[in-house]
Design a protein around this ligand. Structure first.
Ligand SMILES: *Cc1c(COP(=O)(O)O)cnc(C)c1O
Length: 210
């Protein structure tokens, strides 16, 4: 089923949209099944799951860290960290600078729809944050990430993803390296892609429910 689910979503989308398959509720065995099905981008939101899947997967698989990361835990995963989708604190950037072996591609998490999450920066905080993390050579901010509220109201979803895209477009004028948008999950990725998502993070719709 994983293979059919993955291929179905892949066929709907342009090759420019990267599908991160979120394996956080699934075993190593199921994760390897996804690898066999052709998945190369994986997402985990906890340190333990990240390390477990990283150890189990072949080298050519990429494991993205998509959840909130406490600064004291950065050291535990730093040598394997390639993509971090949840950067919203300078303390985390500082630890990446100290412990990562290579440059880490980071997305700044933005709290567009203020009720949906305690995490992420408010829109007006993003630009000063960018200036603050510019000093860290191993922190390469490549884009913005958001989580939409849990709702079937497509108006709210269009508004959320449209606002993240506008913010990216605005920042790009002074920071041309900020090109990516990590947005869209199982229930809302179609709308996210309409607004230019370049990375979507899909769990249940590919891996099945927990
Ligand atoms: C779990 C999770 C996802 C995937 O959620 P689904 O609704 O199962 O697709 C995407 N992004 C983040 C940050 C997550 O924690």
């Amino acid at each position: 089923m994983i293979k059919e689910n993955f291929n179905a979503i892949k066929q709907e989308l342009s090759d420019d949209v990267k599908i991160i398959v979120v394996t956080k509720y699934h075993s190593v065995e199921e994760t390897l099944e996804a690898y066999e099905a052709g998945v190369r981008e994986f997402g985990e939101n906890r340190v333990e799951g990240f390390l477990e899947k990283r150890r189990a997967l072949p080298e050519d698989a990429n494991v993205h860290f998509i959840g909130t990361l406490q600064s004291r835990k950065v050291k535990e995963i730093a040598e394997h960290l390639t993509y971090l989708h949840s950067l919203d604190r300078e303390s985390v950037a500082k630890r990446i600078e100290q412990h990562a072996l290579n440059e880490v591609k980071c997305f700044i998490q933005v709290n567009i729809s203020e009720e949906s999450s305690k995490h992420g920066l408010d829109v007006e905080e993003v630009r000063p944050f960018l200036e603050a993390v510019a000093q860290y050579d191993k922190v390469a901010v490549v884009g913005l990430m958001t989580m939409a509220p849990l709702t079937d109201d497509t108006g709210v979803l269009h508004d959320t993803f449209g606002r993240l895209k506008s913010l990216r477009d605005e920042l790009q004028k002074t920071h041309p390296e900020i090109t990516e948008l990590s947005m869209g999950m199982s229930n809302d990725y179609g709308i996210a892609v309409d607004h230019g998502a370049s990375y979507i993070r899909i769990g249940s719709k590919i891996m099945g429910s927990r």
